[in-house]
Design a binder for this molecule. Structure first.
Ligand SMILES: Cc1cc2nc3c(=O)[nH]c(=O)nc-3n(C[C@H](O)[C@H](O)[C@H](O)COP(=O)(O)OP(=O)(O)OC[C@H]3O[C@@H](n4cnc5c(N)ncnc54)[C@H](O)[C@@H]3O)c2cc1C
Length: 310
C-alpha cells in the first residue's frame, strides 16, 4: 500500500520517536481528535455522552508489548477497576484488550491467566470482553488463547483481520464455536506473502468474510459479529446483504473509533442499527496514534496544523 502508510507504521515501532513525540505538545493536542483524554474519567465521560445518543461503547486502556511480565499486573487491575466503574455508571461499555499488554511476549500461560481474570470479572457482571488482534506474529497465539478461554466461558470475543489471507480459514474453526467476532481490515504492516496488498482485494475479502459471518451457518452456530469499519461502501454492502437475506438489523453491530466519521455514526443509530464506538484512553498512545495516522495520511496535516496553529 502507500509509502506514507509504510513510513508511519515503521515510525509506530520507533522507541526514539515515541520518547520524543509523547513530549511534544502539538502531537498531544492532535491526539484529542481520536481520544477524549488519557484518564479513565475522560473515557467514561465520553461513553456517557455517547450512551445518551443511543451508542454503546468499547473501552481500551492503551498499551502493548510489555518490557517485563510484572508490568501486566497493573494492567489487569486497571481493567478490573474500569469494569467496576462502568457498572457503577450504568454504562453499556465492554472492554477490549491487547494480549501483549497482558504478557503474551513473556509467557502465554501467564497471559492466559491475566486475560481470564479480566474475562471472569466481566462474566460476574454479564458483560463481554474483546481481544484485539495485533501484528501477524501474534495471530496464532491470540486465536489459540481465544479458543481456550471461549471453551470455558462464552462472554469473550476476538478480532480478525480481513487483510490476512489466512482469515477465511480461521473462520472455519471460529464459526462452529459460535464465537463473537470483530471483523476489521487490519492496521499493521504485513508482507504480501500473508496479506492482500491492494485496497480492492482487502475490501473484497472483507465483504466475503462479512457475508459468511451473517450467513446461515454462522447464525445457526450463534456467532455474533461486530463490523469494525468506517468504510461507507462496505457498510452499505453489508446492510444490503443483511436485508436481502432476512438478517435483522439488531443481529450484528457496527463498530467505529471515537472521533472518526461521527456523522456516519449518528446515521447508523438513526437508521436502527446497533453501533459501538471504541474509546481509547491511557498514557501509552504513541504506537496506537501512529496507526490512526497511517489509516488516513491526511491526518498528518491535522498534526501539522496543531504545530503551527498553537
Ligand atoms: C472498533 C474497531 C476496533 C479495531 N480493532 C483492531 C484490531 O484489534 N486490530 C487491527 O489490526 N485493527 C483494528 N482496527 C483498525 C482497522 O483494522 C482499520 O485499520 C481501521 O478501521 C481503518 O479501516 P476502515 O475499515 O475504517 O477502512 P478505510 O478504508 O481505512 O477507511 C474508510 C474511511 O473511513 C475514514 N477513516 C478510516 N480511518 C480513519 C482515520 N484514522 N482517521 C480519519 N478517518 C478515517 C476515512 O474517511 C476513510 O476513507 C479496529 C477498528 C475499529 C473501528
Amino acid at each position: 500500500m502507500g509509502l506514507m502508510r509504510t513510513v508511519l507504521l515503521a515510525g509506530s515501532q520507533s522507541v526514539w520517536l515515541r520518547e520524543r513525540a509523547m513530549r511534544w505538545g502539538f502531537v498531544k493536542r492532535a491526539t484529542k481528535r481520536f481520544m477524549p483524554g488519557e484518564r479513565l474519567e475522560d473515557a467514561l465521560g465520553a461513553a456517557g455522552a455517547l450512551q445518551r445518543e443511543g451508542t454503546a461503547t468499547i473501552l481500551t486502556h492503551l498499551g502493548e508489548n510489555l518490557a517485563a511480565l510484572s508490568e501486566a499486573q497493573p494492567v489487569v487491575d486497571e481493567y478490573v477497576a474500569a469494569q467496576d466503574r462502568v457498572r457503577a455508571s450504568d454504562l453499556n461499555a465492554e472492554m477490549s484488550v491487547k494480549l501483549t499488554q497482558l504478557g503474551l511476549d513473556q509467557s502465554s500461560e501467564a497471559c492466559y491467566r491475566n486475560f481470564k481474570r479480566i474475562a471472569d470479572h466481566a462474566a460476574t457482571m454479564g458483560r463481554s470482553v474483546w481481544i484485539d488482534m495485533e501484528g501477524s506474529g501474534y495471530t496464532e497465539a491470540t486465536l489459540d488463547l481465544y479458543r481456550r478461554v471461549r471453551r470455558e466461558q462464552p462472554n469473550v470475543g476476538v478480532c480478525v483481520q480481513a487483510y490476512l489471507r489466512r482469515t477465511a480459514a480461521d473462520l472455519d474453526t471460529l464459526i462452529p464455536m459460535g464465537a463473537a467476532i470483530r471483523l476489521v481490515k487490519g492496521a499493521y504492516q504485513e508482507p504480501v506473502s500473508i496479506a492482500y496488498p491492494t485496497r480492492r482485494e482487502v475490501d473484497e475479502n472483507y465483504f466475503q468474510l462479512a457475508s459468511r459471518l451473517i450467513g446461515d451457518e454462522a447464525r445457526r452456530a450463534g456467532v455474533f459479529t461486530g463490523f469494525g469499519t468506517h468504510d461507507g461502501a462496505l457498510v452499505a454492502r453489508i446492510q444490503e446483504r443483511a436485508a436481502a437475506t432476512g438478517v435483522p438489523r439488531n443481529a450484528f453491530e457496527f463498530e467505529m473509533l471515537y472521533g472518526i466519521r461521527r456523522e456516519a455514526q449518528s446515521r447508523l443509530v438513526a437508521d436502527g442499527y446497533r453501533l459501538r464506538v471504541l474509546i481509547s484512553y491511557g498514557e501509552f498512545w504513541f504506537p496506537w496514534y501512529m496507526r490512526r495516522l497511517a489509516e488516513r495520511p491526511a491526518n498528518v496535516l491535522f498534526v501539522l496544523k496543531n504545530l503551527f496553529g498553537g
